[in-house]
Every structure is written in C-alpha cells, then in structure tokens.
Design a protein around this ligand. Structure first.
Ligand SMILES: NC(=O)c1ccc[n+]([C@@H]2O[C@H](COP(=O)([O-])OP(=O)(O)OC[C@H]3O[C@@H](n4cnc5c(N)ncnc54)[C@H](OP(=O)(O)O)[C@@H]3O)[C@@H](O)[C@H]2O)c1
Length: 322
C-alpha cells in the first residue's frame, strides 16, 4: 500500500505501542562529528542549531546512539535538552546501545559494557529514562554475547523491568540477521539502513515481515548516507564508503530523470521511503539547521506519476551494500 498526498507527513502509529511519531526522524549520527564515517566534520554550533531547530519543528523526533562519536552525538543533544529544561513534552527521543571499544580492536557487547553505556547515555542526554532503546548493530557480536546469560538482551531487559526503558528495538545491517531478531518476538521496533533506497532494496522482505508482526519499522539513510541528496558529483559515496561505478551510473540516471521533471533527487529519494505504508518513520541524517525546512520542502515536492514510473524502472541492488 502507498501513503499519498498530505498523509505523507502525518504522524504514524509506532507499531503496536501507545506512541505516535512524525513520519520523519532526525538522524543524529552526523552530529556526533564522525569524519571517518561521513568524510566531513560537524561543529558544536551547527549541531546545537540543528537540534534546536528540529525540536521546534514538526520533525521533533531524534534518533541517536551511544556509538555516534563515542557519546558526542548524545552529549550535544543533552546540552540542548538541558537548555530547554528537558525533552519537550511532544518530542520523541530514541537511542541505541551496543558495543564499547574492546580489546584487539574487537567490539565488546558484554552485559557490563551495555550497563556502562546505558548509564552514560542517561547522563549525557540528561534524561531519567527512555521510551525507546535499540540494541545497536548486533552483527558485530557473537550470539552468546547477545542472547547468553548476563548478555546484552538480558541486561537491557533488566533495565526494562526497572522501568528505565519502555520498549526495546533492534537496529542493524544484514537483513537475514534483522529478520531473525524480529522473529524472536523480543522487539517492538526495527531499524534498517541504506537498504531501502532508490539504489538498494534488499530490506524489502524485512519491511513486510516486521510490519505484519506490528513492529514499528524505521528506514534510516534514505539518501544512502548522502549521495541521493547531494548528488553523485558532490558526494560519490554510498553507505559510508566510496560508491561503485554501477551505483554512480544509476545515481546519475536517477538525477537526470528527476531533473527532467523539475524534481530534486532528494525529493524522490525521501518520498520513495515516506510513501511506503510498511514504514513507520524515515530517519534522515543532517547537520545544519536549514536542512529541517529543506527536508519538509523535499517531502512536499509534487512528483508526477510519469516521473515515478521512470525512477522506479532504474535497476536497484538486492544484495547487502559493501
Ligand atoms: N545501525 C543503525 O541503526 C543506523 C545506521 C545508519 C544510520 N542510522 C540512523 O539514520 C540516520 C540517517 O542515516 P545517514 O545520516 O547515515 O544517511 P542519510 O540520511 O541517507 O544521509 C545523510 C546525509 O544527507 C545529507 N542531507 C540531508 N538532507 C539534505 C538536504 N536537504 N540537502 C542536501 N544534503 C542533505 C546530510 O548532509 P549534511 O550533514 O550536510 O546535512 C548527510 O550527509 C543516521 O544519522 C542515524 O541516526 C542508524
């Protein structure tokens, strides 16, 4: 089913929970200042201004993680939340807890690490509890570390039973793994990223399975980390690495088609996600305050059916991004 017209930006039920959320969440990974991931730096001032503008906008839904800039994204959000006297009543905040740096460059998902990270997130953000916490990128962990006694899940569920977390979700990469996690029945929400865009749709079965099970389904990185917003000439990267020749060719093709109809490439990329009724919210990364109004304009830009027909005829990957 497709969401159309003014419904594209209407609030949507957050899976089977009591919450409703904006159709667009602000992805705060770039705000953690991670030049090795995004290939540019983000100043504190830009981050503060982006968070302030987001919280005063219809997109007052923030997605962050303990991992982003090793706490820097959460710290910057926390500075603004303190300035505002706490999270505004109608805003929604979610974070993700996963590994800490381990020995020998390996990530560490032990219960102790999860506890430390969770408490650090509460401190940095200056909140007492969370409505939504995601287990972050479990593809980097062993099954035992996640599901074993005293492991990541048990630790997060302990926080849940203490009332410090309302709902648990899973956020990660490989779609087979995400489906396995969704099918455990433990989670109320799932985040997929860079896998349901104009260039890659390997997440398609996950969206169907998770939405049928009434989880909240969050599609992150609709621009493939930037190429589908800034264009392949300005930002020739997909999913945090150099885009390959095929991705670049198809991104140029998409840009050319959109351009012929007077449609910004970003509008097509964003609405491709927004109009899918299986998706609860689309998480868009940004690091400047003017992006909020731009995002609204991209979401509202009229895209004729003939343009969609041509855009959707461009081949897309059904394999995991590199
Ligand atoms: N494992 C996980 O759970 C996971 C993984 C990936 C992502 N995520 C979440 O999803 C969010 C989105 O992913 P992402 O940030 O990697 O990728 P994205 O949303 O596909 O793209 C973000 C990039 O698009 C640019 N952009 C946004 N709006 C724009 C506009 N109107 N005009 C031009 N450029 C624009 C941003 O540039 P500027 O910085 O210049 O504004 C940024 O470089 C993340 O921030 C994170 O919160 C979660």
């Amino acid at each position: 089913m497709m969401v159309t017209g003014s419904d594209l930006l209407a609030k949507r039920p957050f899976g089977s929970t009591r919450f409703e959320v904006p159709a667009i969440a602000i992805g705060c990974a770039p705000l953690g200042d991670m030049p090795s991931t995004f290939a540019y730096s983000v100043s504190e001032e830009d981050a503060f201004a982006t968070i302030r503008t987001a919280l005063a906008s219809p997109f007052n839904y923030l997605d962050t993680a303990a991992w982003y800039g090793n706490g820097e994204s959460e710290r910057r959000i926390g500075v603004v939340l303190r300035e505002l006297g706490g999270l505004p009543a109608d805003a929604f905040l979610q974070t993700k807890i996963g590994s800490g740096p381990g020995e020998n460059g390996k990530r560490n998902y032990s219960g102790e690490t999860i506890k430390r990270r969770f408490n650090r997130s509460l401190d940095l953000l200056g909140v007492e509890r969370f409505d939504m916490v995601f287990l972050h990128d479990p593809e980097h962990a062993t099954n035992e570390a996640i599901f074993g006694s005293g492991g990541a899940i048990e630790t997060l569920q302990d926080f849940q039973s203490q009332g410090l977390i309302t709902h648990l979700g899973v956020a990660g990469g490989p779609i087979d793994m995400e489906i396995r996690y969704v099918e455990t029945g433990i989670f109320d929400a799932v985040i997929t990223h860079n896998r349901y865009t104009l260039l890659n749709r390997v997440a398609d079965p996950l969206l169907t399975i998770a939405s049928k099970r009434k989880l909240a389904v969050l599609n992150a990185a609709p621009y493939g980390s930037g190429i589908l917003a800034k264009g392949p000439a300005a930002y020739p990267r997909y999913a945090y690495g150099q885009a390959d020749e095929s991705q670049l060719t198809r991104a140029r093709q998409l840009e050319e088609i959109a351009g012929r109809y007077g449609v910004p490439l970003g509008a097509a990329a964003l609405q491709f996600s927004l109009r899918d009724s299986r998706i609860t919210a689309t998480i868009v990364g940004m690091s400047r305050p003017e992006r909020i109004a731009q995002t609204q304009a991209l979401a509202e830009h009229h895209i004729p059916d003939a343009a969609w027909e041509e855009l959707l005829a461009v081949p897309y990957d059904m394999t995991e991004p590199e």
